[in-house]
Design a protein around this ligand. Structure first.
Ligand code: B16
Ligand code: MG
Length: 225
């Protein structure tokens, strides 16, 4: 079977906004009397804004202390801080190797998709100057369940007009790798703690077109046997 599409996560794969999410949540959690650290932050990667807030409140044992309006206010404050920090993004903010990889995938005539549950994804792609590199970006505002549900990856494959079995998904979050696997795609995990990924890489520096095609060939040979 030919590889027809590669679907990217955004935060932590294309650019390092994962850290900016952490800084904004850290400040808002602090205001709510809750301290979070980078280790806990791993549990928020790939999780929608409101679901992240619920996890933070639960982490601080304060889930019952904030009503719906107060939660909306906290989430909105987090987003204001986060969006303000995005002003530092520019065309240099791509993670190492990503620009070259996008060019090589395009040259190989393989489709490119985005599966980010971030409502800020369109603005981030614009700031990075790579919106035109994507054939289809799944619309986070139309997604009911965040990762680890496969919904956003399935939406990306549908928009690219490929079957999940014909696509590779790339993620830096445990919930994201779970979502790719559940969608029936081949998964590539970037960073530690992603043993459930079909292929685990230490950083985007190792994420080359050759590495993806070797992975695809080895897995499809295994399936054929
Ligand atoms: P926003 P991804 C996810 O993006 C982030 O990993 C997660 O930390 C964030 O809470 C979520 O987007 C929602 O983002 O508040 O900007 O809508 O990893 O799916 O690209
Ligand atoms: Mg991510």
């Amino acid at each position: 079977m030919r590889l027809k599409a590669v679907v990217f996560d955004l935060d932590g794969v294309i650019t390092d906004t994962a850290h900016l999410h952490f800084l904004a949540w850290h400040a808002v959690a602090q205001e709510a009397g809750i301290t979070i650290d980078e280790i806990f932050n791993e549990e928020l990667k790939g999780i929608s804004r409101m679901d992240s807030l619920v996890r933070i409140l639960r982490h601080g044992g304060k889930e019952e202390m904030f009503n719906h309006e107060q939660r909306l206010a906290l989430a909105s404050r987090k987003n204001d801080l986060y969006v303000r920090s995005l002003a530092s993004l520019n065309q240099e903010s791509l993670l190492p190797g990503i620009r070259e990889l996008l060019t090589e995938i395009r040259a190989a005539n393989v489709r490119i998709g985005l599966a980010s549950v971030s409502l800020n994804a369109p603005g981030i792609l614009h700031a990075l100057g790579i919106r035109q590199a994507f054939d289809f970006c799944a619309d986070a505002s139309r997604i009911a369940c965040s990762k680890p549900d496969p919904e956003i990856f399935l939406a990306a494959c549908a928009g690219l007009n490929v079957r999940p079995q014909e696509a590779i998904g790339i993620e830096d979050a445990a919930a994201g790798v779970e979502a790719i696997n559940a969608a029936g795609m081949l998964s590539v995990g970037i960073g530690p703690g992603l043993d459930h990924a079909g292929l685990q890489l230490r950083s985007t520096r190792e994420l080359t077109w050759k590495c993806l095609t070797d992975f695809w060939s080895s897995r499809t040979v295994l399936i054929r046997n």
